[in-house]
Structures are given as C-alpha cells and as structure tokens.
Write a protein that binds this ligand. Structure first.
Ligand SMILES: [Zn+2]
Length: 235
C-alpha cells in the first residue's frame, strides 16, 4: 500500500511507522461506507485512510474532529441542493461530483476518481477533500485553515492572496501551469488543489509559488519536495 503513491513511497522508516499508526486510529474512529451499490473492500479502506492520513502525518487525528463518515460511490455521483440567489429566486441544482466535503458532515468520494490518481500527476481527490476538511475547521471553507501558534497570521493571506490573483490571471490568459486550473474557482479550491499538488508534485508548487509552498510546509509540518530529493524520487 505504501509503495503505491509517490508521496508514501519516499517516506522514511520512522514516517512510515507513524503513518501506519495514524491509519489504524483513523480506521478506528471513522466509518468508511459504500453508497450507490459499492461494496467497500479492506484495500479501499486502507487506501483512503493512508491518503487522508498523509495530511495529518505530523499533525494529529484531532484535525479530523467533528464528523465520522466517509461515503464512497463507485463513480461520479450527483449532488442535489437548493439555494436562494441574491434576487430571492430559489434554485435546485443537480451536479455530477467527484468528491464533496460537508461542514461538520461526511466526506464523499467517487472511487473511480480516487483511483485516477497517478494518471494525472498532481490530481488526488482524496487529498483534495480532506484538505477542505482542514480548511473548514474554523468555519466555512475559505482557504484559511487554523494556523499553528508561531505561524505568521499575515504571511498566509499575503502568500495565498498574491498567488491566487496571479494564478487566476494566468488561467484567464491560458498560460500553462503544473497546477490544475480548477484552483482558480475559489480561494478554498486554490488551497485544496495546492494541497494535492503539495503532496503529489511538490517541486512544481515550490517552483511556481514558493511562498505558498513555505506556508503549506509550515501548516502540514512537512517538506515533501525535500523528502523526494532525499529519496532521489523523480515522481
Ligand atoms: Zn473542492
């Protein structure tokens, strides 16, 4: 299992042991259930837990407090919701989704999309949705998770704000980037997509947005680019 992902393959012996501990706790505290006819096998459970626990490898399971369920669909699922717009008009939306995270509610994943990782470097729906969970620890998803004591509260919005504006401009101009254009949707999506890339293709994040990389490294308490260099990994 730990040989499967570019970010777990390069872990040190000590980090692997810690990831295993986190996975055991995660599987003890969370329930991973199938929906839409999917039967969740042990391997799927392990795979989801291992990826989810990469984000909290140097934090702890408390970061996933306040909810218990991970719901897994076989493929894209349809999210249905109602909302009232600024003009007071009610809308009913049905949208196909690859993943979804509810505030103080479940994480919902499409297994087909969770399995896609590896085909598109930097794409990881499990890391994406669990990053939203961390973002939502202090309320709505806004790209500003609770920072650790000692982290500069101004450096985060400065780094992310500048990078987000720059990225949106580049996407609008059609400039190439190693980062998925979906990051331009909203600051919360920028944080989730940059978190995917931080673990999957860290050198690319460091090269394009060094200040954001530094903030993510301080928040996750990990330096995946250095880890890949140390292990001579080229993924
Ligand atoms: Zn998202």
């Amino acid at each position: 299992m730990l040989e499967r992902y570019p970010f777990t393959r390069v872990l040190s012996t000590e980090e692997r042991a810690r990831l295993r501990e986190r996975v055991i706790l995660f599987l003890h505290e969370k329930s991973i259930v199938g929906a839409g006819g999917l039967v969740v096998r042990d391997g799927m459970r392990m795979s989801i837990a291992a990826q989810a626990c990469m984000l909290i490898l140097n934090l702890d399971l408390e970061y996933y407090r306040g909810w218990v369920e991970v719901i897994v669909y076989p493929d894209e699922f349809v999210a249905e919701y109602d909302y009232v717009d600024e003009d007071g008009i009610a809308h009913h939306v049905e949208a196909p989704m690859t993943g979804e995270s509810w505030l103080e509610g479940p994480v919902i994943l499409s297994w087909a999309d969770a399995e896609l990782r590896g085909e598109e470097p930097g794409y990881n729906v499990v890391i994406h949705e669990f990053a939203h969970k961390l973002d939502m620890l202090n309320g709505d998803a806004n790209g500003f998770p609770p920072l650790h004591p000692g982290m500069d509260r101004e450096a985060w919005p400065r780094a992310f704000g500048a990078a987000y504006d720059d990225f949106c401009r580049r996407v609008a101009r059609g400039e190439p980037s190693a980062i998925d254009a979906y990051a331009a949707e909203h600051p919360s999506e920028f944080f989730a997509v940059l978190s995917e890339a931080f673990f999957e293709t860290p050198a690319a994040v460091r090269a394009e947005y060094r200040d954001v990389y530094r903030q993510l490294a301080a928040f996750y308490r990990q330096d995946p680019a250095a880890r890949q260099e140390r292990q001579g990994g080229q993924s």
